[in-house]
Design a protein around this ligand. Structure first.
Ligand code: 2YJ
Length: 269
């Protein structure tokens, strides 16, 4: 995950991008529906008993204005009880423990986690983002069994995505501007492709986990992009050729993290 800027997430707290409406059109599921499927929980799971505390973290490059408020809003939209702690860092963490939070969410420059306090298990953002966008692609494509899927970007999100897409039965290809990174994902059964532009032009089911602006000329007609990477931009030609572009700057990944974290407790009951 590239470092988010306040501008990228300014529409998240009030959901100005109306993500559920766009996701329902593309995938037939809401954010919550995708997160529940990603966490392997039934559609009607009630999450209201979970108390979540979001702890602002000042270390490294410091607070991103609107980050904690966005995570908090995302978690509340899932029906959980959430708030941002008054204190930051260890102060905020202690506050969350003392008030009996079930799940603590926090991020520094390298890691963004949801931590289930009772089960002592963490869910990290790369895992959650990859799982959420793989589930979204699967639903948008009407299943992936035997279908050819291209993962763009062989970083943390891309390499988790390869594994999830393989589990869904897809025939997975991977490309990266650093070919050696793509090649390493052979380990998980992905087929590496050296020519990034050619790979994109020859595939219609794509999970774009790279900070890469894809020119419309190379996009194949009818493509479905599940696209967590930021910066995010598809030009007018690309948008007109694509059947669906699934993207948000934070919500799907954070929602999967929170729901999967709750899942550790739910599955124990
Ligand atoms: O609490 C805050 O406001 C900040 N410390 C949030 C920092 C958010 N972190 C990022 O944007 C990192 N790039 C996250 C890396 C996650 C890796 N999957």
């Amino acid at each position: 995950m590239t470092r988010l800027t306040p501008d990228m997430i300014k529409d998240v707290p009030e959901d100005k991008i109306d993500l559920d409406t766009r996701l329902l059109q593309a995938t037939g599921k809401t954010v919550k529906g995708i997160a529940l499927e990603a966490a392997d929980l039934p559609d009607d799971t009630d999450l209201s008993r979970f108390k979540v505390a979001v702890v602002p973290i000042t270390s490294g490059l410091g607070i991103i204005s609107g980050f904690s408020a966005s995570v908090d809003a995302i978690v509340r939209r899932l029906g959980m009880d959430s708030h941002v702690t008054k204190g930051t860092d260890v102060n905020g963490f202690t506050e969350a423990i003392r008030e009996g939070a079930d799940i603590i969410m926090m991020a520094d420059d390298n890691m963004f986690i949801a931590y289930n306090m009772k089960e002592m298990k963490e869910t990290d953002n790369s895992w959650g983002t990859a799982k959420g966008y793989a589930v979204a692609l699967k639903n948008a494509a009407g299943g992936l069994e035997g279908k050819r899927v291209l993962v763009i970007g062989a970083g943390m999100v891309g390499s988790w995505a390869v594994r999830f897409l393989k589990d869904m039965g897809a025939d997975v290809y991977v490309t990266d501007i650093v070919y050696e990174k793509a090649e390493r994902l052979k380990e998980y059964g992905a087929k590496p492709l050296r020519d990034v532009m050619k790979a994109i032009s020859e595939n219609t089911l794509l999970l774009n986990a790279a900070p890469f602006i894809i020119p419309g000329e190379i996009i194949a007609e009818g493509s479905i992009f599940s696209s967590p990477g930021v910066p995010h931009y598809y030009d007018q030609l690309g948008r007109s050729k694509a059947k669906a572009v699934i993207h948000d700057p934070l919500e799907i990944g954070a929602a999967v993290m929170a729901v999967n974290s709750a899942g550790y407790s739910i599955r124990k009951e």
